[in-house]
Design a protein around this ligand. Structure first.
Ligand code: BG6
Length: 507
């Protein structure tokens, strides 16, 4: 594993007590525990890691560890894998020895007394409090951790808090949450997670851009016509209807995941791959997104919602038929936006962003579209137009990057075809199974904040999407698209009116 902020040889993390708030939730079972297991497989946890689940249900330490084990095995088997390969019994047993459980209400002071007792008994003062809870608990849990003195760092021992998304639901709520965190601890102790930053391909954008000088030569408004950023999903809202109803695609994906991708593509080279330098450049570029007026925001956005259709040959419900969704809901499950970045590198280059559920394929990609070459030299040839050329960076599922360029088709006349120069991760590197949380957890345990969001990163993201939220407050019309289609036709118009088209989605 590599992290952009880390030395090439990763040392095992220091002894730490890791509290998982929301221990019975999906995040812990599906992502965090498998990630911790992978870290232990790779020798990156060292001895002395205690994993302590915190939640209101009663369960013994042994049963809690067994429940996690069963889940990981079952998950591997249900994906057609071999449960024993997914979980080596000896390795799991050594990790499970450090697993225990505290039953407690997040809003009850006695819970925090129990946590203090666990730290006192652990033999290390280092503690990480991972808030894998519903967002409504974030400020209360942090306030209580502070009041119980659990966030005070003494004698070189660290105290850190990991906060999951969603971080606020608009600019004022994100500012209020930041203010609440910063009242009881310093920015250095706060790890705001965006799991997109744990993806190798996302980190690779920075490494590719800044370790190959060739990229810098054309990475600007002289050569780039526009940029498209897409996160297309085939899944619907699954069991999360009640969460999604008041969240919607914009809040769920744009100020966080899509802006992370935008920042990786658009930021200036940092002076070093350290937390302050990288996060400073990211904050600057997101802060340079032009603040649209409400009218401009309406004209530069499209909200969509899926109706019943077919995805991968399977009939699926429309959004309004999903569990815990209002039959007349106007929540968007798709959003397309045009944003402009007002700085010297990007002035005049539109960034088109789109994300949606129940689309035809799963495809998270960034397409950097180049300006056409001058046509003059082809005037007296068979070539009647030059097709667009681009660089496609696919984040998932087929991780890699491909230049789509023009070449001469063999033959006596000058005829052209689009060709591909590419790099697929799987052709060059052995990819170990991972959840994407491994790097992030390891970085938190070792104190590297490069891949975590600083307060200003978060607030700049919300500031840039706030005009869209304001515009939709006045007019919440959604355009329908059939499940299995790639968004409503109005999203195509957003580009065709500028003489451009979306890149066709492709796994
Ligand atoms: C989460 C969103 O943050 O990201 C989900 O809440 C979304 O709605 C998910 O499905 C997408 O993540 P990934 O890694 O599958 O692209």
């Amino acid at each position: 594993m590599t992290s952009i902020g880390r030395k090439s040889k990763a040392e095992p993390a220091p002894p730490t007590t890791l509290f998982l708030f929301g221990a019975h939730g999906d995040l812990v079972k599906r992502l965090l525990m498998p990630a911790l297991y992978h870290l232990s497989r790779d020798g990156l946890l060292g001895d002395g890691l205690q994993i302590i689940g915190v939640d209101h249900n009663a369960i013994s330490d042994v049963d809690f560890a067994r429940k996690l084990e069963d889940f990981i095995r079952h998950q591997a088997a249900s994906k057609g894998g071999d449960a024993d390969r997914a979980l080596d019994p000896v390795l799991w047993a050594s990790l499970a020895r450090g697993i225990s459980y505290v039953q407690g209400d997040f809003l009850d002071d006695s819970t925090y007394e129990a946590l203090a007792a666990k730290i006192a008994a652990s033999g290390t003062g280092n503690a990480v409090f991972y808030l894998a809870t519903a967002p409504r608990f974030f400020s209360e849990v942090v306030r209580r951790l502070g009041a119980a003195g659990l966030l005070q760092e003494q004698d070189d021992a660290f105290r850190r808090v990991v906060i999951e998304k969603p971080f606020g639901s608009d600019l004022p709520t994100a500012e209020a949450l930041n203010a609440c965190l910063l009242k009881v601890m310093s920015e250095k102790q706060i790890y705001r997670i965006d799991h997109y930053l744990g993806k190798e391909t996302v980190q690779n954008i920075l490494v590719s851009r800044f370790s190959n000088s060739l990229f810098e030569a054309f990475w600007n408004n002289h050569y780039i016509d526009h940029v498209q950023i897409t996160a297309a999903e085939t899944v619907g809202v699954e069991t999360r209807g009640s969460f999604y109803e008041h969240t919607g695609a914009l809040r769920d994906m744009v100020p966080n995941h899509l802006f992370q991708l935008l920042a990786m593509v658009a930021m200036e080279p940092p002076a070093a791959f350290g937390a302050d330098a990288v996060r400073g450049e990211k904050a600057k570029v997101v802060g340079a997104i032009r603040p649209w007026s409400v009218e401009q925001a309406r004209a530069n956005s499209v909200r969509g919602q899926y109706t019943a259709g077919q995805v991968g040959g399977v009939a699926v419900n429309g959004y309004r038929e999903e569990a815990n969704v209002a039959p007349d809901s106007s929540t968007e499950t798709y959003v397309a936006l045009k944003v402009m970045i007002d700085n010297w590198r990007w002035v005049g280059v539109p960034f088109y962003l789109r994300t949606g559920k129940r689309m035809s394929v799963r495809d998270t990609e960034i397409v950097i579209c180049f300006k056409p070459a001058p046509y003059a030299q082809f005037r007296d040839t068979e070539v009647d137009e030059l097709q667009p050329t681009y660089l496609r960076i696919q984040i998932q599922p087929n991780e890699g990057m491909w230049f789509d360029l023009l070449a001469k088709r063999p033959g006596p006349t000058l005829d052209m075809a689009n060709i591909e120069l590419g790099f697929a991760y799987k052709d060059f590197f052995e990819m170990q199974p991972s959840t994407g949380y491994e790097t992030l957890i390891y970085d938190c345990l070792t104190g590297d904040q490069t891949l975590f969001q600083r307060a200003d990163n978060i607030e700049n993201g919300w500031r840039a999407v706030q005009p869209f939220l304001d515009a939709w407050q006045q007019d919440a019309t959604v355009q329908f698209y059939k499940a299995g289609e790639d968004g409503p036709s109005a999203a195509d118009d957003l580009l065709t009116r500028d003489g451009r088209v979306w890149h066709a989605l492709d796994e």
